[in-house]
Design a protein around this ligand. Structure first.
Ligand code: AMP
Length: 428
């Protein structure tokens, strides 16, 4: 594997056994969201570049520096999706989902691409799970999404998470505030890093996203958007909090949490697992009432979030949790009599159809090697068939824990295994 899109060696979430963990995490996400009325949306891996440029904003780091952009044979500029939200709202508008009962609730899981400096927890191809509720400005929706997101983390066994919450009001209310913020930035310009200085003209709110410690310290003293939002936005926020409080969800109010994308309005939140250090953000979301209009649709409120599966997996592993305990093998078929193999493999298929997890030697191992393999994969039972057993039309079934074994005619083998392992018999 060349240096490039994927995770560095050692963190191969894409191959067994770790791939089972990511699959289990996504399955859990699906269960939780489908129970709450969310349906799966599968949007394309690439979209018109302009979709992301118009919504995330040219000045954002994701669009400005991190997008994989290419031209297709027809001369169109396309981008690998850096996130899901814009694509979900595009799909909502393009496919007339506004005619469905609102809000339309969608979830999705898949790869996203950002040209980021690869490090632990930060990859160029990574997996996001996300959920969006489009078409309602009810603060109960914001709170429900936060609650469902936390439920996913909790169901995976993650503890010690931090939820930070803020409101950034509506873009229409921001004029006078942005003037004050610019004046503050101007007063500290010499001490701010180059990126923040650049944002002063492009999108001053984004100065709060700085990761440079000296700039962050200065931004801690800057006037906060939260103190300048309209009454309607403040009421919305109070209601979101009431819905969270009623659920007993704890959070910290963080007036510097503005998130990096232009289309956010009102509620913003981020979930982190602080022990992950620089890449502690495991999920973030917000309301984006301006997004649909920004891509040419009718003004439509919306709210959603995304979580990075690889980072959540890292956090789980650091806490000693596995979202997917390996499926134990029920039976290993150690068939030494060559002539017996076809019949025993057919019986193995039958046992699998009966719900048992079965494997056989596929590498020409001798008797000892096959038994060793059975122990290595943790098989609970081994079916042994040597020349003598084959001549008698039977096999030995060995309990790998006690070493006890009994002879079972091949005609009765599958029924015997099923009854022994699952307790289920034909007569039952
Ligand atoms: P964002 O859209 O930047 O808020 O990202 C949402 C979530 O995706 C973050 O909280 C991370 O968990 C995850 N994420 C973002 N960028 C990356 C990346 N380059 N590698 C791995 N995970 C990422």
């Amino acid at each position: 594997m060349s240096e490039g899109l994927q995770a560095p060696r050692g963190t191969l979430d894409w191959l067994p056994p770790r791939s089972a963990a990511r699959r289990a995490m996504i399955d859990r996400f699906r269960e939780i969201f489908e129970r709450a009325g969310y349906g799966e949306a599968m949007t394309p891996v690439f979209e018109d570049t302009s979709l992301f440029a118009r919504t995330a904003g040219e000045s954002s780091e994701v669009v400005g520096k991190e997008m994989y952009v290419f031209e297709d044979q027809g001369g169109r500029s396309l981008a690998l999706r850096p996130e899901f939200t814009a694509a979900m709202v595009r799909a909502y508008l393009e496919h007339g989902l506004s005619r469905e009962p609102l809000p339309v609730r969608l979830w999705s899981a898949g790869s996203c691409y950002r040209y980021a400096a690869v490090q632990r927890g930060r990859y160029r191809e990574f997996t996001q799970v996300n959920a969006e509720a489009i078409g309602s400005d009810d603060p109960a929706v914001d709170a429900e999404l936060i609650a469902l997101q936390l439920e996913w983390f909790t169901s995976l066994g993650l503890a010690g998470l931090e939820l930070r919450l803020n409101t950034i009001g509506d873009p229409t209310d921001r004029g006078p505030y942005l003037e004050r913020l610019r004046a503050y930035l101007d007063a500290h310009l010499d001490d701010l890093d180059g990126e923040v200085r650049r944002q002063r003209d492009l999108n001053p709110l984004r100065a709060f996203d700085t990761k440079v410690p000296t700039s962050a310290a200065i931004m801690a003293g800057a006037p906060k958007i939260t103190d300048h939002v309209s009454l309607a936005a403040a009421e919305h926020f109070a209601t979101v909090r009431a819905f969270l409080d009623a659920r007993g969800i704890e959070y910290t109010l963080d007036p510097t949490l503005v998130r990096g994308l232009d289309y956010y309005s009102r509620t913003t939140w981020e979930v982190s697992w602080p022990a992950l250090g620089a890449q502690s953000g495991i999920g973030g979301g917000g309301r984006y009432d301006g997004l649909a209009a920004a891509i040419g649709g009718a003004p439509t409120p919306g709210v959603g979030f995304a979580c990075g599966v690889e980072r959540v997996l890292l956090a789980l592993e650091e806490q000693g949790r596995s979202p997917a305990p390996a499926t134990p093998t029920d039976v290993f078929f150690a068939v030494v009599a060559g002539a017996a193999r076809p019949r025993l493999h057919a019986l193995m298929d039958e046992a699998r159809r009966a719900g048992l997890t079965c494997e056989a030697d596929l590498a020409g191992r001798g008797f000892k090697g096959q038994l060793k393999q059975a122990s290595r994969i943790g098989a609970a039972w081994t079916v042994l068939c040597g020349d003598d057993e084959w001549a008698r039309g039977s096999s030995l079934v060995r309990d790998m824990t006690t070493g006890e074994q009994s002879e079972v005619p091949l005609d009765l083998l599958v029924g015997h295994l099923r009854a022994t392992i699952t307790g289920w018999t034909d007569a039952a």
